[in-house]
Design a protein around this ligand. Structure first.
Ligand code: AMP
Ligand code: ZN
Length: 114
């Protein structure tokens, strides 16, 4: 989508600090980190949220999960533990309507989330 900030990051029109990229997925550092490690993983195809991904596009979700696993291994987050968060909709606090997963690590993360 032309007015989507994350689509612009994928297109290289907005800079980002990339930590992982493949054909399907991009992972970059969150511009406003809330943990010592705070990454944002996005599928390169624009979906507004999980519930907007059609059944015939599930290959993108499989690749997305594979990329998350590769990223946490490559970034050495496995031993200390990490959290993956996908906000969707108003109550969740989702700001960017392009499906994305936050990867949070490097400190104790409270549960339940606020
Ligand atoms: P959410 O509230 O789940 O929609 O999260 C959106 C996240 O994207 C926030 O944590 C923002 O800090 C992050 N963000 C927004 N714009 C950028 C950007 N240009 N580069 C990196 N992270 C961004
Ligand atoms: Zn987008």
């Amino acid at each position: 989508m032309s007015d989507c900030i994350f689509c612009k990051i994928i297109a290289g029109q907005i800079p980002s600090t990339k930590v992982y990229e493949d054909e399907w997925t991009l992972v970059f550092k969150d511009i406003n980190p809330v943990a010592p490690t705070h990454l944002v993983a996005i599928p390169k195809e624009h979906f507004a949220a999980i519930h907007d991904v059609p059944a015939h596009k599930m290959e993108a979700m499989q690749k997305f999960l594979e990329a998350l696993g590769t990223t946490v291994r490559e970034q050495n987050l496995v031993s200390g533990g990490y959290r993956v968060v996908i906000n969707s909709g108003e109550h969740s606090g989702q700001l960017v309507p392009h499906l994305h997963a936050h990867i949070l690590a490097g400190r104790d993360l409270s549960w339940p989330p606020g």
